[in-house]
Every structure is written in C-alpha cells, then in structure tokens.
Design a protein around this ligand. Structure first.
Ligand code: NAD
Length: 496
C-alpha cells in the first residue's frame, strides 16, 4: 500500500488555521466565528476556517470594487495581465503536490489524481486564459445614422471588463472550479470575490496566497470562507457586484438567478446534470463498458457531467452491465492518500446519506442492484453501484444523485436512444459509443446537451465551451465563450 507522505507544507498550512483574504489582509470573521472542516476519509476534523459574516462579504466586495475602479489594476495592459496569469500558473505548478494534498484531505479525492487532473487542468486553463488577455478585440463599424445624413462618423465597439465578479463554487472540484472563474476574470481585468464551498475552502485559500505572491494588486482577488446561506447569499445580494458566476445545484442556481435579475447583475450558472451514456450495438463493447464505468465512478460519481444514466442497445444490455459490475466490484475503496485506491469517500456524511436514500428507494421500488449497494465508515464511503430494472420516470433516473450510482436501461433503436437520452430536465453532457459514423452524426445535433462526446466521456479542454442546456445552467465556461461572459460591449459613435 503506497500511502503518500504529507509534505511539511501541507501539514503546516492546515495546522495554522487558515484565514480569509480581504483586500491586503488575512482576517478572521468579524465576529470570530469559525466552522470545522473534516477529512471525508476518516470523518475526523482537519481544522477550522472563518465563518464569514455579511459584513466580511461586504468588505471583500468593497475591496474588489476599489481595486476595479481605482487602482493600478484598472490601468493594467493586456500584456501585464497575461504575464501575471502565467506567473500564477507557474506558482501553482511549483506547489502542485501541496495543492493536490490539500484537495485530497479536504475533499477525499485521490491525491495522485488531484495532482494529475484537478491541479494540472487548472494550470493549463489559466495558461490558456493568459493567452486570451492579449487577444480581446472590439471592432470598427461603418455606420449610416439615418437621422444625420450629412455627417461623417467614426464608430467602434469596445469589449470591456464586466467589473467585480462574485464567484460561488461547489465542492467536487474546488480548485478547478475556482480557476474556471478566476482565469477569464483576471484575463479581462475584472476583480473577484470567491466564496468556496462550505466543505472545501482550503485550496482556494492557498490559491489566494499564490495570487499575492504572483504580484496581483491588493483587492483583485478576495476569498471569503463561510456558509452558502450567509456568505453566499450576501455576495449574491450585494449591488456592488457586477457579475455573479455560480457552480452548484440547480435549486440554489435558480435562486441566485432570480436575485441577480433584481439587481440586473450579469449571471452565469453552471448547474446539475444527469448525463446519458449511450452504447449502440455496433460499439466496441469492451471500451464502452470501461468508458461507462469511468464516466460514472470517477471522483466517486460527484461530477456534474457524470454519465449517471446508461442506455445500451438491448441485445448487448446484459453483457455491458455485467462488465461494468465486474469493474465496480474490483474497485478498491479507501483514503485518497493511498495511490492504490480506485475510489475515495463521498464529501460528507450528508452526501453519503443522500446517496444511500436513493439506493434504498431503488430497492424499495423493486429495482435490481447489479453490484454495490453498501456503505461503510468511519469515512463516508458508498460502494460503486449499478441499478437495473428501473423505469425511465423513476426518481433514480430523473434526479441527480451525485454519487457512484449508475442506472441502466436498454433501448431498441436510435430513435429510442435519443428519446430516452433527452427525457431529462438536465442537459449538461452526453456520450455516444458507436463506430457508425453516419448514426453518430445523425444523433449529435438531436441531443439536447451542452457537450456531446463520442467514444469518450467527460473529456474537457480549455478551448471548448462547457455548460448546460435546460436545467443544467445558463452561459458557458472555458473557451472564448468565457471571455464573452466576463466582458460588456460598448458602442462608440464619434461625429467627425
Ligand atoms: P450547492 O448548490 O449546495 O452549493 C454550491 C455553492 O453555493 C456552495 O459554495 C454553497 O455554499 C453555495 N450556496 C448554497 N446556498 C446558497 C445560497 N442560498 N446563496 C448563495 N450561495 C449558496 O451545490 P453543491 O452540493 O456544493 O454541489 C453539487 C452540485 O454542483 C451538483 O448539482 C453538481 O451537478 C453541481 N456542479 C455543476 C458543475 C457545472 O459545471 N455545471 C460543476 C460542478 C458541480
């Protein structure tokens, strides 16, 4: 068993009870309140962090406001923004192991996977966004202005930073989700107040240290740790925030969207999913089974675009399900510090209980468990579970479980597969496993989701916009689409 040794820097970071960054200051909550963080693999308390008050959030927004309106940051050139973002990525690279260990201890995920994926994807994304900093363009337009026929004009359209960004993120990829927001914000010249998830603020606080070390002016990046109900809500309601960007559940996203509209705050919502994996009869079935298993079990199934609904063409249904169950049964569960472990714990006792309720619901309604259906402690573990004999309208199929639970249903033909895949309130991702090029191209435009993968699942790239149709959200992250969401257009008309 290869248990990773914690770096002295990891232990030191946790032992010194991290504080929040507001402007230039590392602070406790105004009223001194804290909240405990737990190691999901053991259930033990890791440390405490400040529980931000409404006043703390307001001070953070003010710091971001001042940095945006009236600081050297507001006058930075694109090249400086590019270089700073690249420097930040370099510092993250230097501290990649530390960041991965913090993510492992705080979230439960594998430290090795966190370093290779979460941290590396975040670094790659910041470097991709650093490139955009010098390529943000407006345009010039030849205008007619019919009411002033005898005049000449020069007219152009500027693309300007949207301003102060309030970013609220979920706990499943704490560092990566934060960087998806920080990257375009800093590339375009915005300032940011980040509210990490209640459960997982550690890498956000380390990121704030690195932002300071990179040389960003005070107030450009602020982090407030606290609860959604207090700190998240205070950020959402604050009229000094120009744009809200949220990653989390559809229920909370809807509330944030409504509040944003009251203030006309720009808003991007990255929400839940229930993504289908469709295995056509002609697919390479071995790859499809392995891909479908990884699509649902990666990160303990706590992935917004996890392939949590499996549809297999009827004649191969039993075989593919048996293969996936075999893969699931062979998975080793344990601490993310153990490099030989395939699956870690869920984020919290609450999430373990939520996932367990769905499994019980399946059992109670007569569904069959092809594998899994067990939980154990003292950490928050649930065995990878595959459920069959379940109706398309069942809650197990229609609702996001956000755990290692796959529901599998057979289909008869292409039309049937499309009907089942689209029969969901969500539309984040979908994968098609097939070697029939014509069928794949017929299906892609008919699938109602923001991403479609063919012979792979959850494959992301910084250049590809990511986001949802339907209840999976509004707007896109990554790609040039993200730059558009962090900027406003200004039309200028000069009478000559
Ligand atoms: P959540 O909605 O409970 O919490 C997300 C964040 O919102 C947390 O920081 C929380 O503190 C904050 N929050 C909670 N209540 C709030 C309120 N009233 N006002 C303001 N902020 C509030 O979600 P979660 O359980 O942390 O995350 C899981 C969800 O996130 C899943 O639905 C998953 O699909 C989704 N998710 C989506 C994406 C995507 O890109 N589409 C990525 C990751 C996770």
């Amino acid at each position: 068993m290869a248990i990773a040794t914690l770096l002295p820097a990891t232990t030191a970071f946790i032992q010194r009870a991290p504080r929040m960054l507001i402007g230039a200051e590392w602070v406790e909550a105004a009223d001194g309140q804290t909240m405990p963080l737990h190691n999901p693999a053991t259930g033990e308390q890791l440390c405490v962090v400040p529980r931000a008050t409404v006043d703390d959030v307001d001070r953070a927004v003010l710091a971001a406001r001042q940095a945006f309106d009236d600081s050297p940051w507001s006058r930075t050139r694109p090249r400086e923004r590019q270089n700073l973002l690249w420097k930040l990525a370099d510092l993250m690279q230097r501290d990649a192991e530390l960041l991965a260990q913090l993510e492992c201890l705080n979230n439960g995920k594998s430290a090795a996977v966190a370093q290779a994926m979460d941290v590396q994807l975040a670094i790659d994304f910041l470097r991709y966004m650093a490139g955009w900093a010098t390529k943000i363009e407006g345009s010039s337009v030849e205008v007619s202005v019919p009411l002033m026929p005898d005049q000449q004009f020069h007219s152009f359209i500027r693309r300007e930073a949207v301003g102060v960004v309030g970013a609220i993120v979920a706990w499943n990829f704490p560092l990566l989700l934060a960087c998806w927001k920080l990257g375009p914000a800093l590339a375009t010249g915005c300032t940011v107040v980040l509210k990490p998830a209640d459960e997982t603020p550690l890498t956000a606080l380390k990121l704030a240290e690195l932002v300071q070390e990179a040389g960003y002016p005070d107030g450009v990046f602020n982090v407030v740790t606290g609860t959604g109900i207090t700190a998240g809500a205070a950020l959402t309601h604050n009229p000094r925030v120009d744009k809200l960007t949220f990653t989390g559940s559809t229920a909370v996203g809807k509330e944030i969207g409504k509040i944003a509209m009251d203030n006309m705050t720009r808003v991007t919502l990255e929400l839940g999913g229930k993504s289908p994996t469709i295995v056509m009869a002609d697919a390479d079935l071995g790859s499809a089974a392995a891909g479908a298993a990884s699509a649902i079990f990666f990160n303990q199934g706590q992935v917004c675009c996890a392939g949590s609904r499996l549809y297999v063409q009827r004649k191969h249904f039993d075989n593919v399900v048996a293969d996936i169950a075999g893969i699931a049964n062979a998975m080793k569960l344990g601490s993310g510090l153990d490099a030989s472990v395939d699956m870690g714990p869920l984020i919290s006792a609450r999430q373990q209980e939520r996932v367990w309720r769905y499994i019980e619901m399946g059992r109670d309604s007569g569904a069959t468990l092809a594998c899994g259906g067990e939980r154990f402690g003292p950490g928050y573990f649930v065995k990878p579970t595959v459920i069959v004999d379940v109706d398309q309208q069942h809650s197990l199929v229609q609702e996001e479980i956000f755990g290692p639970v796959l529901v599998a249903i057979p289909f008869d033909d292409e039309a049937d597969a499309l009907r089942l895949a689209n029969d969901s309130p969500y539309g984040l991702g979908a994968s098609i496993w097939s070697n029939d090029l014509a069928a794949v191209h017929r299906m892609i435009p008919r699938i109602k989701s923001g991403s479609v993968w063919v012979n792979c699942h959850s494959a992301l790239d910084p250049a590809l916009p990511f986001g949802g149709y339907k209840m999976s959200g509004v707007g896109r992250e990554m790609g040039y689409a993200a730059i558009e969401h962090y900027t406003e257009l200004k039309s200028v008309l000069i009478k000559l």
